[in-house]
Structure formats: C-alpha cells, structure tokens
Design a protein around this ligand. Structure first.
Ligand code: ASP
Length: 282
C-alpha cells in the first residue's frame, strides 16, 4: 500500500470569454492531466512538469504554442516550478525562443544558483545548457492574432498549471503562460514569481494561480494561501478568502488550484470559467 495518497490537479486558465470552445479546452486540460498523472510514480515535480509541458503544446491554451501576443505582436513566455521539500524554485520570464519554458524553469531549479532568469539571458542559459530552443514564430497562432485584434489590452486567460502530491508526500507546482493580451513588451506577470503565481511547501500545500497577474503579485497570493493552510484554515475556505481578497483589494479576478499536505484537492475561480481536471489514488 502506498505510504501517502497521491493527488494531482491541472488547470487551463481562468480566462473570461464567451462560451464556445469550452469542451475543447477541457479536453486539452485532460490530456495534460493524463501526461502528468502517468509520471506521478517519478515524483511530484516530474509529474507537474510533464503535465505543463504537454499543455504548452495545446494551441488553444495560453502557454507555449498558442500563447497570447504582446503589443509588438510577439510571444513572450513566463514559467515557474517549485518543489515543497527543500523549497527549490526555478523560473523564467519573457523568453521568446525556448521550446518548453517549463523545462527551462526546471533546469534553473536543479542546476542554477539563481531562481529567476529573464529574456535574452534566459535564452543564453538555455543554449549553453542544451535546453531546446525554437523559432519564435512557432508560438504564434492565427487564433491569437485574431484575439489580439479583438481583445482589450490586458485581457488574461488560459494560463496553464499543475499541482501534485506524490506517494512520498512531496508537493510540487508548475505553471506556464504567455501572460495577457497586448501586454507591454517586457511585462512580467505573476506566473514566474514564486509566492505570487505559485508556491509549494510540503508542510502545508501547493498552489497555482491564474488571472490578473498584477493582483496576485500585489497580494503575494500563492504564499498567502499556503500560509492560511499552514495555520489550519480549511483549504476551500482559504481559497475562497484568497480570491475574495483578489477581487476586493485589487479589483482582480482569476482562479487557483490547490493540493494540500494531506492530498486534498481544491479548484476555485471567480471569473466564471476555469477548465480543470484532477486525479488521485482515491
Ligand atoms: N496570470 C497570468 C498573467 O498575469 C495570466 C493568466 O493567468 O491568465 O500573466
């Protein structure tokens, strides 16, 4: 019998949009979950990275291929990973030519003395360490070109993320995004900022957020939520309070997924929409 119950949650972003392709987004999230859950035996970190790596290839979601465009019509990608045992963090911001930003983030976690690399320096690090690069044009889709023409600047959506607890009781989180539509080139959101867009601590829980990144950064929301869990607040209440603070204190909106230190799963949003899927030993 497994010593700890394994559990995993994956989301495809809390973007506000007219109903239309919800089924396709949900199916994409399900593929991400399958890719991650099939690796849970290799540990929580490997599982969440596998899930997010798969989702970076889903053109409907705002990460990797199909990420939203900035105000120069280019894709700039952010990603982050954290493991909750040693509190290891790796993140990359505003990269344009890295095939899988989440894999580069994991490389930073495991091999760099730093926690966050950005832009050209992050690309150089990838090149020097054999992390796959890509022609920036592969990330740009017609769907996002049309969205950029139609959407208001700052519209967010479809960021991807995963949280997991493995059978050793270790927690991990991974997140990847193109940010928000028509963002100022160089803008970095919450997704590569530990404590804002993601956090994991084996003693409390792992959290991944999606939505208006500036609000998550101002509230240090992922860390705040983990702190609530550590203090013993029930996970669903803690998630609800965190999202209420996002709305009331910053006029922000979004969603989040949580797996607690005991393997409890929570997925909440206040945007009206967030495809998510979960698996557990239950
Ligand atoms: N939080 C992301 C950002 O602000 C966007 C999103 O999750 O939709 O970059």
């Amino acid at each position: 019998m497994a010593e700890h119950k394994a559990a995993m949650v994956v989301h495809g972003g809390a973007g506000r949009r007219p109903v239309g392709d919800d089924g396709e987004r949900q199916a994409a999230v399900r593929r991400g979950l399958d890719a991650g859950w099939s690796r849970i035996g290799e540990g929580a970190l490997t599982a969440v990275v596998a899930a997010v790596c798969r989702l970076e290839d889903e053109p409907l979601l705002n990460a990797g291929i199909g990420a939203c465009l900035n105000d120069e019509g280019a894709v700039e990608l952010d990603a982050g990973v954290m493991e909750g045992t040693a509190l290891g963090v790796g993140a990359v911001a505003a990269v344009r030519d890295v095939r899988h930003p989440v894999e580069l983030a994991r490389h930073v976690l495991e091999h760099s003395p730093h926690v966050l690399l950005a832009a050209g320096g992050a690309s150089r690090y990838a090149r020097e360490h054999g992390v796959e690069l890509a022609d920036p044009s592969i990330f740009v889709t017609e769907h996002r070109r049309a969205a950029a023409a139609a959407a208001a600047a700052g519209d967010a959506g479809d960021t991807v993320g995963a949280v997991a607890r493995d059978r050793s009781g270790r927690l991990a989180v991974a997140v990847s995004t193109g940010g928000v539509t028509a963002k100022t080139a160089g803008r970095v959101g919450d997704s590569p900022i530990a404590g804002a867009g993601f956090y994991a601590d084996d003693s409390a829980g792992a959290v991944c957020t999606t939505g208006t990144g500036e609000g998550f950064i101002r509230l240090c929301l992922a860390y705040d939520l983990v702190t609530r869990l550590r203090a013993g607040q029930p996970a669903r209440d803690a998630a609800g309070d965190a999202l209420a603070a996002l709305r009331d204190r910053t006029d922000g909106w979004g969603g989040l997924i949580v797996v607690t230190a005991t393997g409890e799963i929570v997925a909440e949003q206040n945007s009206g929409h967030m495809p998510w899927a979960s698996a557990s030993d239950d």
